[in-house]
Design a protein around this ligand. Structure first.
Ligand code: SF4
Length: 502
């Protein structure tokens, strides 16, 4: 019997002492999309570090570098005919497809429960209880709090409330100076992987219509030791102020107080239970504000678990497009070349390091694509290729459903917003050549015209949504010449985006 370890499941929790391990570094998938070089470097370097650590600890590790899983399995079963492989249940990959690959080579596959998520089948059915979508995150989160006991006291939420989001929408001011984020400089192995990635996969950019030119030095944790250090650094440096400023956006401050742990969690270098327990203990020691701790716990045991389950439970979510949006993704998402200060800074961060925080993802990038009319599938592919923490189970619910209102499987309304929101939650507008207060005419902010145009365009589908009543009454106030001028500006914005002059 051999333990088969996939590249996004680098945990020791399911590997028994002395057990033989199979790892297949398949390169074909990396050629099929224009992946950010830091994403490929992260996955391949973390896999090779994990292999080396296992070998140091006495495990036999068969590590194949090849084009496809199939080739790796051919090599494995040539050496060990009829072997049984044990695999931890993958979050994104179809288990039936993997079973077919194994069985067609004369082997068998056993699938073990995942150690990388807390919501098992039983917990999910406790929540879902045969209910049809729409699923509700807040209810799911409360059931997870009850089941895990995190931040609970005598059956009630600590502090008396389940959710302190109201306290987590502060803006720190332009002069705010957050702590420096940790950086894990590449060691010799990561440097070797990084230069191999550049040589091997740069051709796929042209073929796949995108390019992540000139990223900064690679900074992400590639080992469990580094990931644990990142967790400690978050607890020590940024936890206390994480909550109040978690929705804020500051020009040139890409990390603020965010934990930066998602790439490690999604690779298996950290486990959600240890992360949450460490944070809760650290908060108690430091007397950190409850809204900071609760906000973080909700991201991990609430949102992260919820998206993975919704992904697993919803057929066809990746292709959902209930608003029939068909615009191609503007080129500026790849180049970052736009005068729009908010988009330019956030895309610049993705190009440099394959990351931006959740509000930038939802309220700048996805919001712009939504009101512009971008096909949700195209936007999803961009996020999937560009972010170091992105896997199908993460991006599909977040981008297609939450960001693009693709299916209504849990989102109750589209997350569409005008420049008003951006101006309230960021310092971008004060340094932008566009006027955030203008909705039409030269120099008016593209977010404004696109926002009202989006509402007008989708009126038939959205007007009856009870959460949209107020915004449609505002749209009614603009009908006539005002709305005509706004829609003319929206068309102009699209032309400018196509011409590369936005
Ligand atoms: Fe973004 Fe518009 Fe503000 Fe410029 S004015 S930063 S484009 S929201």
């Amino acid at each position: 019997m051999t333990r088969w370890v996939l590249g996004d499941a680098l945990t020791r929790r399911h590997i028994r002492e002395g057990e033989r391990v199979l790892m297949v570094e398949a390169h074909g998938f990396a050629r099929r999309k224009p992946y950010h070089p830091h994403k490929l470097t992260l996955v391949f370097s973390a896999m090779r570090h994990f292999r080396d650590e296992l070998r140091e600890d006495g495990h036999e590790v068969d590590y194949y570098r090849c084009e496809t899983f199939g080739e790796g399995l051919d090599a494995h079963f040539d050496a060990r005919p009829e072997d049984t492989l044990t695999l931890m249940e993958p979050a994104s990959t179809d288990t039936d497809r993997l079973r077919e690959l194994v069985e067609s080579r004369g082997g068998s596959l056993e699938v073990a429960e995942t150690a990388l998520f807390l919501c098992d089948d039983e917990l999910w059915s406790d929540y879902a209880d045969d209910r049809d979508p729409p699923y509700r995150h807040e209810e799911f989160y409360r059931s997870m709090r009850r089941e895990t006991g995190y931040l609970m006291e005598n059956g009630d939420p600590v502090g008396g409330e389940w959710n302190y989001d109201e306290e987590n929408r502060e803006f720190p001011g332009e002069a705010y100076d957050p702590p420096d984020p940790p950086r894990y400089e590449p060691d010799a192995l990561t440097e070797e992987v990084e230069s191999w990635v550049r040589e091997e996969f740069s051709g796929s950019y042209e073929e796949n219509g995108g390019d992540w030119a000139a990223p900064e030095t690679f900074i992400w944790p590639v080992t469990r030791e580094q990931a644990l250090d990142a967790l400690d650094r978050f607890c020590e440096d940024r936890l206390a102020e994480f909550g109040p400023y978690q929705d804020a956006m500051l020009d040139r401050e890409w990390a603020l107080n965010h934990s930066l742990l998602s790439s490690s969690l999604n690779l298996g270098l950290l486990h959600p239970d240890e992360v949450v327990e460490t944070v809760i203990d650290a908060a108690a020691e430091q007397d950190a504000p409850l809204n900071s701790v609760e906000g973080f716990v909700r991201q991990v045991i609430g949102w992260r678990e919820f998206t993975r389950r919704v992904y697993a439970e919803t057929d066809g979510l990746a292709d959902a497009n209930q608003l029939d949006q068909t615009e191609p993704l503007p080129e500026l998402f790849w180049t970052g070349e736009t005068d729009m200060a908010c988009l330019s800074d956030v895309i610049d961060g993705v190009r440099k390091r394959g990351y931006s925080h959740h509000i930038e993802r939802l309220m700048i990038l996805s919001n712009f694509a939504l009101i512009y009319g971008v096909d949700p599938g195209e936007l999803n592919e961009w996020f999937h290729a560009g972010y170091v923490d992105a896997y199908h189970w993460v991006t599909t619910p977040n981008v297609v459903e939450m960001g693009s209102f693709g299916a209504g499987v849990f989102a109750t309304k589209p997350y569409a917003a005008s420049a008003n929101y951006v101006n309230k939650m960021s310092d971008y507008c004060s340094g932008c050549p566009y006027y955030h207060t203008k909705a039409s005419g030269e120099g008016s902010c593209p977010f404004n015209a696109l926002y009202w145009d989006f509402l007008a365009r989708n009126e038939e589908k959205l007007r009856s949504n009870h959460r949209m009543g107020l915004v449609y009454s505002h749209l009614d106030d603009k009908r006539g010449e005002k709305l005509d001028a706004i829609r003319e500006r929206a068309a102009e914005v699209r032309t400018m985006a196509e011409d590369g002059t936005l």
